[in-house]
Ligand binder design. Structure first.
Ligand code: HEC
Length: 161
């Protein structure tokens, strides 16, 4: 019985490690593949930030106001944003990869942390305001939330807007 359980546990462990480590030991990723994967991961989180910001931005542009949705999405942004400094820690300068990240990110990690914190603070302040249900006050807080995204992009992302 115990043996069967152990076999099962080790089968599950192998399955899980297969899910976590997709590349096998024989073909460990090249530095360029690692950099591409790091860029891919950070871009995924930025896409999630955008996904959550879009409905809020829509309300600021005249879509029907929904305080619950505004609060929920802002809290999601506040919980994703602490990942930003970790995601931007891996130095991907000098690789031929798809990225809009500017090289100076890796000379200014302290400022990246500050800008991520500013986003967390703005998102929480927005969510707190939204929880009171006051449309005017909530939409008034949108400027600093959207501004916290733009403030980092202006310095650290390729200028394409
Ligand atoms: C501390 C800096 C910082 C903050 C804060 C920040 N971003 Fe970004 N964002 C970046 C950088 C750097 C890139 C480029 C990443 C890359 O291309 O490798 C980026 C890329 C993006 C992209 C493009 C992703 C893709 O490749 O498809 C979107 C969308 C985006 N950010 C949305 C947001 C939104 C929305 C917020 C605020 C809720 C936000 N970002 C806050 C630094 C930041």
């Amino acid at each position: 019985m115990i043996k069967k359980v152990l076999v099962l546990v080790s089968a599950i462990a192998m399955l899980v490690s297969g899910l976590v480590f997709t590349a096998s030991a024989q073909d460990s990723p090249t530095p360029e593949q690692r950099a591409a994967a790091a860029a891919d991961t950070r871009q995924s989180v930025f896409k999630l930030l955008r996904f959550n910001l879009i409905p809020i931005a829509g309300m600021a542009q005249g879509a029907p106001f929904n305080a619950e949705l505004a609060e929920r999405n802002a809290r999601r942004i506040a919980s994703l944003a602490p990942m930003i400094p970790d995601l931007l820690a891996e130095d991907t300068r000098g690789f031929d990869i798809e990225t809009e990240a500017l090289d100076l990110i890796w000379d200014n990690q302290g400022d990246i942390a500050d800008k991520a914190q500013a986003l967390i603070d703005a998102a929480n302040a927005f969510a707190d305001t939204a929880s009171d249900g006051d449309m005017g006050a909530t939409l008034g807080a949108f400027r600093s939330l959207g501004g916290a995204c733009a403030n980092c992009h202006d310095t650290y992302r390729v200028d394409n807007d």
